[in-house]
Design a protein around this ligand. Structure first.
Ligand SMILES: Nc1ncnc2c1ncn2[C@@H]1O[C@H](COP(=O)(O)OP(=O)(O)OP(=O)(O)O)[C@@H](O)[C@H]1O
Ligand SMILES: [Mg+2]
Length: 479
């Protein structure tokens, strides 16, 4: 008995302590409305001992505890004026065996303005969250769609078809092509045409991120995962892209060690943030891009073969601009339209002569280079007509002959000869008798544009570096 009594006393003390700290004010009444517990000293200056046994209506201003006893219904979050202040109170009846045996009244906030302050504060945080979410969404959105890919080239149209079909599936897509051919355009377009288009499109440039940071960029880290890690941890691109697409740009530059980790994640379809053991599901479509030949990197053991097969389920190889010169007039027109709209300038157009000249250039920088040339020419032109003189010097001076790589678009490794072909009948050169002079001129031009680099010059000319050396020696040029 004594022990039970002690225990009960302890429990009562604990409840008292709890009531004191949990509420600003609190009263309990019996089934008739007489006060049995009263904790209002701090709030109203009334001591418990002075009011115990008194009827609640005599003690508490505007109380409704007497009414609660009759209705048996709670009143939560009501406003009650006491001492001239609006307080937020709750009243709860106590039931036992289906009968009301008392009621509890509590003060949750001693001033309505406190609640207003808290509500404003929460509202503020909610707005901020919304803003951040929108910003994250804006930053991680695909900007281009297939309509933005301007082409009348058959091979390109075939690629767009393949890409559109791939977009409907979850297959990983690998886009290859020289710099400036439009790999990023394809990646955006695939996302936009996919069922994941309402999800995020998150790009990460594997070449631009230092090796040591790549893993945390991709997979994030837990709070305090390593020295210097932020307290709140960091979300990785894979998590950010959840429900959408992740675009791994310049995948060829990914360090081997990271390739292994990526492969494991792709196989297991889940990963952990660095320093955490909580699994995160991978719900992303993967698109990768590179301007290096992945196959060649595999052979040089710079790229994991198993990862290569995983990434290249659908392969899209974009041909360089010099293999689809028929696109140049179309691209130029669309670029001029877009630019004049952006700068709110009148629409300009190239003269036929200037357009032909553009088609004679080899475009090592592909569509990006073309866009730069078009933009500078448009700015240079004084009238709405853009002529030869507005083109950059090196393009103006190209002889009216074009170089071809072989049909497949591959540079022939041991090609001995430059394949030259007359593009326009207007040529004033007699090719047969002036072949050597022409080759010399072309080599000099290529070298000048490549800033003297023979490797690059050979690339421009579509021949192997050793073939260029041989040719130059044969022509009596300084090697
Ligand atoms: N088919 C196209 N139609 C219209 N514009 C294009 C097309 N392809 C490329 N462009 C233009 O060329 C620029 C370069 O394209 P993009 O950034 O997609 O190239 P990339 O292949 O990703 O190059 P890099 O390997 O250097 O990253 C784009 O900003 C765009 O202006
Ligand atoms: Mg790119």
């Amino acid at each position: 008995m004594e022990r039970t009594y002690e225990e009960l006393k302890n429990q009562m003390a604990m409840i008292d302590e709890f009531i004191e700290t949990a509420y600003e004010g609190m009263a309990i009444v019996d089934e008739k409305g007489y006060i049995t517990k009263f904790k209002y000293e701090k709030l109203l200056g009334i001591k418990e001992k002075d009011v115990l046994g008194k009827h609640v209506t005599e003690v508490l201003e505007n109380t409704r505890l007497d009414i609660i006893l009759k209705t048996g219904k709670s009143e939560i979050g009501d406003i009650q004026v006491m001492n001239g202040k609006e307080m937020i109170t709750s009243r709860i009846p106590i039931h036992r065996d289906g009968k009301v045996i008392g009621a509890v009244g509590t003060v949750l906030f001693k001033d309505v303005s406190e609640v207003k302050y808290m509500a404003d504060y929460i509202e503020n945080i909610k707005t901020q969250m919304k803003d951040y979410k929108q910003e994250i969404k804006r930053l991680n959105q695909a900007k281009y769609s297939f309509e933005n890919i301007i082409t009348q080239n058959q091979q390109m149209q075939g690629l767009i078809k393949i890409a559109k079909r791939a977009a409907e599936t979850h297959s990983t897509v690998c886009i290859t092509g020289e710099s400036g051919t439009g790999k990023e355009y394809f990646a955006h377009s695939i996302h936009k045409a996919s069922p994941r288009r309402y999800g995020p499109f998150v790009r990460i440039n594997c070449a631009a991120i230092p090796k040591d940071l790549l893993e945390s960029e991709l997979f994030g880290y837990a709070p305090g995962a390593f020295t210097g890690a932020s307290n709140s941890g960091k979300i990785g691109k894979f998590e950010l892209a959840s429900g959408g697409t992740i675009f791994l740009d310049e995948i060829g530059s990914m360090p081997l060690e990271m390739q292994s980790k990526l492969l494991r994640v792709l196989e297991e379809r889940e990963f952990e943030r660095i320093g955490s053991n909580q699994k995160v599901d991978v719900d992303v479509r993967i698109i990768s891009a590179t301007n290096e030949e992945l196959r060649a990197l595999v052979e040089k053991e710079k790229f994991r073969e198993d990862l290569y097969y995983r990434l290249e389920v659908v392969a899209i190889k974009i041909p360089p601009l010099r293999h689809r010169k028929e696109d140049i007039p179309l691209l130029v027109k669309s670029m001029l339209n877009v630019m004049s709209a952006t700068y709110e300038a009148p629409i300009k157009h190239f003269t036929d002569e200037a357009l032909l000249k553009l088609q004679d250039h080899n475009w090592p920088g592909n569509v990006r280079e073309l866009r730069n040339v078009v933009e500078s020419a448009m700015n240079m032109a004084q009238t709405t007509e853009i002529g030869l003189s507005e083109l950059p010097e090196h393009i103006q001076q190209i002889p009216i002959v074009t170089l071809h790589d072989d049909e497949s678009g591959m540079v022939q490794e041991d090609s001995e000869s430059i394949q030259t072909g007359l593009k326009y009948e207007a040529s004033s050169l007699n090719l047969k008798s002036n072949m050597e002079e022409l080759e010399k001129a072309l080599i000099l031009e290529a070298l000048a544009r490549a800033n003297g680099s023979k490797t690059t010059a050979a690339k421009y000319m579509g021949i192997h570096r050793t073939a260029l050396y041989k040719k130059m020696t044969k022509l009596g040029m300084d090697v």
